[in-house]
Design a protein around this ligand. Structure first.
Ligand code: TXA
Ligand code: MG
Length: 310
């Protein structure tokens, strides 16, 4: 008999506390969750993802009060958390409690990445657990992030003791990562746009100067099997096509947004890359996507899929 949702959440929380892994729906992408304080559980996440262990993880918390016990919040951090939490923004801050988010989860850094997700199931699970939960995207390393329950199960479901079905991820792109150590820096463009952040704390410095603080930004981080060709006005022979805006429909055409809406395109991006890839095309051609607003994050992920960013 199917468990009620309350019972499912309680048993997922118990699994996390016992050191097991859980497939966690969030508004950005699905995560593979573990107790952030438990190095064995965190090691199991790295193992399930096949992820290089120098890549630090994001600790997810139920609320700002919990976050304040884990990291040192300055005025900028307070203002950003007030503006965007719960939601798709991750803050990298000086760590205050090195036991709550263990060294392995922080990859030995003296900083910690924190986010309070908005998805109602994530919020209920985090409230039931009480402490921070690391949750990298639930894909195996180097593959597109899962944005549906089925894709999350296919990627790392075998490693999880419990899995919560939260439906399709509403945002579809990972959270924006902002470091607030010296200057405020954009480490990963994402669902909250650069302009939205700058409206709250002023200009962001470029991330490149701080590359050592962002070890997770590997080339081909979001890559399908097929080679990806960008800024393509039309598909070539044998290519699948990710269109944007008015475009003819076709056998191997996925339209990210027929109306040219960046929010819709972000939500469809990873699932479309996966579906196109499953047809074993000679390549995946992608239409030009505007660079403003959410387009910065979409183009960042596409360049990684094409292998252009190191
Ligand atoms: O939307 C998301 O953020 C998803 C969902 C599941 O919440 N999670 C996610 O986690 O994308 P992950 O582990 O795939 O990405 C973590 C990013 C990496 O780029 C990593 O390098 C950066 O955050 N990061 C984590 N801790 C950091 C730290 N202490 N300093 C700098 N960057 C850090
Ligand atoms: Mg990821």
């Amino acid at each position: 008999m199917a468990q009620t949702l309350d019972a499912e959440i309680l048993s997922a929380a118990a699994a996390l506390r016992a050191g097991a892994l859980v497939i966690l729906p969030t508004e950005t992408v699905y995560g593979l969750a573990a107790d952030a304080a438990n190095p064995r559980a965190v090691a199991a996440v790295y193992e399930a993802k096949g992820r290089p262990s120098f890549n630090p993880l994001i600790a997810h918390v139920a609320d700002l009060a919990t976050a304040r016990r884990i990291a040192r919040f300055d005025d900028r951090a307070e203002r950003l958390a007030q503006a965007f939490w719960p939601g798709p923004l991750t803050l990298v801050l000086p760590v205050a409690d090195t036991a709550a988010v263990c060294d392995l989860a922080r990859a030995g850094l003296d900083t910690v990445a924190l986010r309070s997700p908005a998805h109602p199931l994530a919020r209920r699970l985090l409230a039931a657990v009480g402490g921070p939960v690391v949750a990298p995207s639930a894909n195996r390393s180097g593959r597109p992030s899962p944005t549906t329950f089925a894709d999350a199960l296919e990627e790392t479901g075998a490693a999880a003791a419990a899995a919560l079905d939260g439906g399709a991820s509403a945002v579809g792109l990972e959270s924006t990562v902002v470091a607030l150590l010296d200057q405020a820096r954009l480490l990963r463009p994402g669902a909250v746009t650069r302009a939205e952040i700058e409206a709250v704390i002023g200009p962001l410095a470029e991330a490149e100067a701080d590359a050592k603080r962002s070890p997770g930004r590997l080339a081909r981080h979001y890559a399908p099997q097929a080679p990806v060709r960008l800024e393509a006005e039309t598909p070539g022979p044998g290519e699948a096509y990710l269109a944007f805006g008015a475009a003819p429909a076709g056998d191997r055409v996925w339209n990210l947004s027929p109306t040219g809406d960046l929010r819709e395109a972000a939500a469809n991006l990873f699932a479309s890359l996966r579906e196109a890839d499953r047809t074993n095309p000679v390549g995946i051609a992608v239409a030009p996507i505007p660079h403003e607003g959410l387009g910065e994050a979409i183009n960042d992920r596409l360049k990684r899929a094409a292998g252009f960013i190191g």
